[in-house]
Design a protein around this ligand. Structure first.
Ligand code: IPM
Ligand code: MN
Length: 368
C-alpha cells in the first residue's frame, strides 16, 4: 500500500457539506483505480465552526491543515453569521486568515465554458461558439484585502473608512511568474489587468509585469484597464487566455468570468503558495461559487465545482496529473451525455435533470 496522502477536508457551510460528499466519492474511486490511499481529516470551518466552537477558524482546524499537504475546502458563510463582529464572520475570520496563514498568494480560477453549455451562458451564443477557456490568475494575499491601515474612524467629526492598496514589487513579480508559466502551458497569452491611468499601484503593476514578460519571449503580453477588461470579457471572451489581476480586480473579474461560462456551480479554484519543488504546492482548493444558502440542504446543488477542485488538488499538491485528467474527462463526459443539475438545465432535448448525488454518481461511474 502506498503512503497515505494527507488532506484536510473543510466542508464548511451551506452547500459545502453536500457537494463535498460527492468530491469524496470521486476521490475514493480514484484511490481504487490508481492504488492510492488518501487520509482525510475532516474539520469544521466558517459558520459551522463558530456554532460549535465560538470561532470560524478554531486552532484544531488550523492544526489539521498544517499537518496536511492540501486543504479541500467547501464554502463558508451565510445570513446566519452576517451580523457577527467582522473577525468572527466566516469569510473574514476563516477564509482570509487561511489564505494569509499559508501564504496562498496565487489563486487560479479556470473559467471553462464547455461547448455543450454555451446556451446556458448569458452571453450571446455566436460570441462563444465552441466554448472558451480562460484562466484567471488572481493575486490573493495583497492589495486592498490586507493592506494596512484598515479602519473606520472619526475624522473632523465624521466617520471615515480607510483601506490601503499596497503592493510590493516582489509580490507583483511572483504572481506574474505564475501567470506566464501557466500561459506557456496553454494559449501563450497573458492579459494583465490594472488601472494604470489612475492608481499608483497600476503603474507599478504594469512596469513590473512588463519586466517579468521579458523572461517569457514565447508568451504575448497585453495590458487592459480593468473597466475595459470587464467590458471585453462579455463582448469577446474568446480573445483571452490567461488573465492576470491583483486581488480585488481578480475577485470581481473572476465572478464575471464564472457567470459567462453558464454557471458558478462549474468553477473550481486553486490557491497556491510557493512551490515545494517538483511542481508541487501546498494549496487550498475550493469551488468559486460560494455557500449558496438559498439552495443548501435540498440536494440540488451542482457538485462539479467541488469535484473539479479535487482534481486541481490532485494535480498541484500531489502531482497526480493522470488522475486529475481522468476526473476532468469524466465531468466532460457527463455533460456531453446530458446530465444537468438545475443551474445548467435549459430543458433542451437530451438533457436529464439530476440532483447533487446523482450527478456525483454519474461522474464516478465514468472515471476510467
Ligand atoms: C472569493 C470570495 C472571497 C474573496 C470572499 C468570500 C472573502 O468572494 O473567494 O472570491 O473576496 O476573496
Ligand atoms: Mn469573489
Amino acid at each position: 500500500m502506498s503512503k497515505a496522502l494527507p488532506i484536510a477536508v473543510l466542508a464548511g457551510d451551506g452547500i459545502g457539506p453536500e457537494v463535498m460528499i460527492e468530491a469524496r466519492k470521486v476521490l475514493d474511486r480514484i484511490a481504487e483505480i490508481y492504488g492510492l490511499t488518501f487520509s482525510f481529516d475532516e474539520k469544521l470551518v466558517g459558520g459551522a465552526a463558530y456554532d460549535a466552537h465560538g470561532h470560524p477558524l478554531p486552532p484544531e482546524t488550523i492544526a489539521a491543515c498544517e499537518a496536511a499537504e492540501a486543504i479541500l475546502f467547501g464554502s463558508v458563510g451565510g445570513p446566519k453569521w452576517e451580523s457577527l463582529p467582522a473577525d468572527l464572520q466566516p469569510e473574514r475570520g476563516a477564509l482570509l486568515p487561511l489564505r494569509k496563514h499559508f501564504g496562498l498568494f496565487a489563486n487560479l480560477r479556470p473559467a471553462v465554458c464547455f461547448p455543450a453549455l454555451t446556451h446556458a451562458s448569458p452571453v450571446k451564443e455566436d460570441r462563444i461558439a465552441g466554448g472558451f477557456d480562460v484562466l484567471c490568475v488572481r493575486e490573493l494575499t495583497g492589495g486592498l484585502y490586507f493592506g494596512q491601515p484598515k479602519s473606520i474612524e472619526v475624522r473632523d467629526g465624521e466617520k471615515v473608512a480607510i483601506d490601503t492598496m499596497i503592493y510590493k514589487q516582489s509580490e507583483i513579480e511572483r504572481i506574474a511568474h505564475v501567470a506566464f508559466a501557466a500561459a506557456r502551458e496553454r494559449g501563450k497569452k497573458v492579459t494583465s489587468i490594472d488601472k494604470a491611468n489612475v492608481l499608483q499601484n497600476g503603474i507599478l503593476w504594469r512596469q513590473t509585469v512588463t519586466a517579468v514578460a521579458a523572461e517569457y519571449p514565447d508568451v504575448t503580453l497585453d495590458h487592459l484597464y480593468v473597466d475595459n477588461a470587464a467590458m471585453q470579457l462579455i463582448a469577446r471572451p474568446k480573445q483571452f487566455d490567461v488573465v492576470l489581476a491583483e486581488n480585488l480586480f481578480g475577485d470581481i473579474l473572476s465572478d464575471e468570468m464564472a457567470m459567462i461560462t453558464g454557471s458558478l456551480g462549474m468553477l473550481a479554484s486553486a490557491s497556491l503558495g510557493q512551490s515545494k519543488g517538483g511542481g508541487l504546492y501546498f494549496g487550498l482548493f475550493e469551488p468559486s461559487g460560494g455557500s449558496a444558502p438559498d439552495i443548501a440542504g435540498q440536494g440540488i446543488a451542482n457538485p462539479i465545482a467541488q469535484i473539479l477542485s479535487a482534481a486541481m488538488m490532485l494535480r498541484f499538491s500531489f502531482g497526480l496529473h493522470e488522475a486529475a485528467a481522468a476526473i476532468n474527462a469524466a465531468v466532460k463526459s457527463v455533460i456531453d451525455v446530458g446530465f444537468r443539475t438545475g443551474d445548467i438545465y435549459t430543458g433542451d432535448e437530451g438533457q436529464q435533470k439530476v440532483g447533487t448525488a446523482a450527478m456525483g454518481d454519474a461522474i464516478v461511474a465514468r472515471i476510467k
